[in-house]
Design a protein around this ligand. Structure first.
Ligand code: NAI
Length: 300
């Protein structure tokens, strides 16, 4: 099998001044991509900002013989996002790859969480994914090529104490991907999600040092870079940590048709059948689920 290369391809990686995004940017550049390194350079909770973080990663890429440019815009700022896209187009004339990775945390139990912290985290993760993708979308369509990787989390997929805001944003991103993968199909635009576990400033206080040592961001990046390649699937949630990889899916049980017996009590009485995991399926479109209901209503 040949090596995966990105010669002639242009990539944008948001939040690439540190942590996971930095590794994704370095690896894409090492494999020939020209990279826009975006990072606001703020603190973990999203305050402050400077373009130094992005500039440093650009220096690293250039020192290794690659091509890159820095962008210090916030992914939530429409004018800043437009500048980021324009910088890529002015320098290299196309955008093949977009990794929406930028993120912040404002953890608190739901009781203590201010709505402002909820909206802020939703804004950075969800709208901070939507805005760059929106700005690159018509370019990718016109090229008939695009690879988009959005960043979700086990907190969104499964839950984590103190992260209602973050979890809502992260699963919102999966919902965004689920439809975008359908709309991108005819223009060869593939959209996938990564759910990483990695030792970064986001997690350094959460795990003991010996575990963190085995969870370096570069153990996640190979999965993300594969999702940026021509051979990438579409609509997949890849989970990754410490060099282990798996696929997460939203599945639905086969369920039951209650027909003439329909009642609240019938739902109660059939609960074990409704929830029975045997024959569970994952659907590619919402319409497939509706078709199942029609099949069952027909006695199937
Ligand atoms: P990190 O804090 O090292 O990296 C996030 C980067 O995004 C920072 O460099 C930050 O300056 C930048 N950023 C924040 N707000 C921005 C904005 N408005 N515009 C542009 N850049 C902005 O954290 P890490 O761990 O590398 O996170 C990367 C992504 O992976 C995030 O989306 C995070 O939610 C996600 N993630 C990380 C996990 C982990 O175990 N580290 C687990 C699950 C998801």
């Amino acid at each position: 099998m040949t090596d995966i290369r990105f010669d002639g391809k242009v990539a944008i990686v948001t939040g690439a001044g540190g942590g996971l995004g930095r590794q994704h940017a370095l690896e894409l550049a090492r494999r020939g991509a020209k990279v826009v390194v975006n990072d606001l350079g703020g603190t973990l909770d999203g305050s402050g900002g400077s373009s130094d973080a992005a500039a440093k990663v650009v220096d690293e890429i250039k020192a290794a013989g690659g091509e890159a440019l820095a962008n210090g815009s916030s992914v939530t700022d429409d004018a800043g996002v437009a500048r980021m896209i324009a910088a890529a187009m002015d320098a290299w004339g196309r955008i093949d790859i977009l990794i929406a990775n930028a993120g912040v945390l404002r953890d608190k139990s739901f009781s203590k969480m201010e709505i402002a912290d909820f909206e802020f985290v939703l804004g950075v993760h969800l709208m901070g994914t939507v805005k760059p993708v929106k700005a690159a979308w018509e370019i990718m369509k016109a090229q008939n090529y695009g690879r988009i990787v959005v960043t979700t989390s086990s907190s969104g997929l499964y839950g984590n104490f103190g992260q209602t805001n973050y979890g809502a944003a992260k699963l919102g991103i999966v919902g965004f991907m689920n439809t975008l993968k359908i709309e991108g199909q005819k223009n060869n635009i593939h959209v996938n999600a990564i759910a990483p576990v990695a030792a970064t400033r986001m997690t350094e206080a959460l795990m003991p040092p010996e575990i963190l040592k085995r969870l370096q961001p570069q153990t996640v990046t190979p999965g993300v870079v594969f999702l940026c390649s021509e051979e990438a699937p579409s609509g997949v949630i890849l989970t990754a940590g410490g060099g282990a990889f798996a696929v997460s899916r939203i599945v639905e049980t086969e369920g039951v048709y209650l027909g003439d017996a329909l009642s609240v009590e019938a739902v109660r009485d059939h609960w074990s059948q409704i929830a029975d995991q045997a024959g569970e399926a994952a659907y590619v479109t919402g319409g497939e689920q509706t078709q199942k209901f029609f099949r069952k209503m027909g006695g199937g």
